[in-house]
Write a protein that binds this ligand. Structure first.
Ligand code: GSH
Length: 226
């Protein structure tokens, strides 16, 4: 029975998993969920698909699982993820896990809050943040982008070594989201700029497919200046 994958391409962890599934050659039943229409907020979704009412999530047989990183590890344990993307050797795996654990309340929260407060909330009828608030959000996000630029990308081509892993895919999807709030990460961060190109090249055509709405809404093509 095919794995059912529930996702919305407007969601960063959904895009990361979508790209990982595609690059890994995993076939799945395509189950798009339109967050903008509240499709995840129904009682049916809560009962039958994901009790946390979020995306991404999967149903594999009768096993339901939420949380992108847990799903990745589950699929890896089932032997579905190629070793180069998520290593099996414990030392190499620990290095990738170090990033996956680090990103949640650093890179992800910084980029997601910037995107949410500046782009999403006003679209949903909320107030546009003040200039002072925008500057604070930017500072917090840039503090974490600086760690990517100067620490994770220090002396290597990808975040955890010289080959691409799932860590790079998760991180790139978070950073790409900020385009929609008119932020161009490439201006201040030359290493991130070149690294994003490498991640995109290694994942295409799936990277561009997954980011089609990000490109469209931001009015930018992958190579253009914002
Ligand atoms: N830690 C979770 C995050 C899941 C999450 O926050 N998903 C968001 C989209 S990016 C969502 O479904 N939001 C809908 C809502 O909160 O109503 C993961 O990595 O899967």
């Amino acid at each position: 029975m095919l794995l059912s994958f529930y996702y919305d391409l407007m969601s960063q962890p959904s895009r990361a998993l979508y790209i990982i599934l595609k690059v890994s050659g995993i076939r799945f039943r395509d189950c798009p969920v339109a967050l903008r229409n509240g499709e995840h907020l129904t009682e049916d979704y809560k009962r039958d698909i994901n009790r946390f009412q979020k995306v991404p999530c999967i149903i594999d047989g009768d096993f339901k699982l939420a949380e992108s990183v847990a799903i990745l590890r589950y699929l890896s344990a089932k032997g579905k993820i190629p070793e180069y993307l998520y290593p099996k050797y414990f030392i190499e795996q620990a290095r990738v896990d170090e990033f996956l654990e680090w990103q949640h309340i650093t890179l992800r929260i910084g980029c997601a809050m910037y995107f949410r407060r500046i782009w999403l909330d006003p679209l949903l009828g909320g107030e546009k943040p003040s200039e002072e608030k925008i500057a604070k959000l930017r500072d917090h996000m840039e503090m974490n982008l600086h760690v990517i630029e100067s620490t994770w990308l220090e002396n290597k081509e990808f975040l955890t070594g010289n080959t691409m892993t799932v860590a790079d895919i998760f991180a790139a999807c978070e950073i790409e989201q900020t385009r929609m709030a008119d932020y161009d990460v490439r201006i201040k961060y030359p290493k991130i700029r070149s690294w994003l190109k490498r991640v995109r090249a290694a994942c295409n055509p799936h990277y561009d497919y997954a980011h089609q709405f990000v490109y469209k809404i931001s009015g930018t093509t992958p190579n253009s200046k914002l």
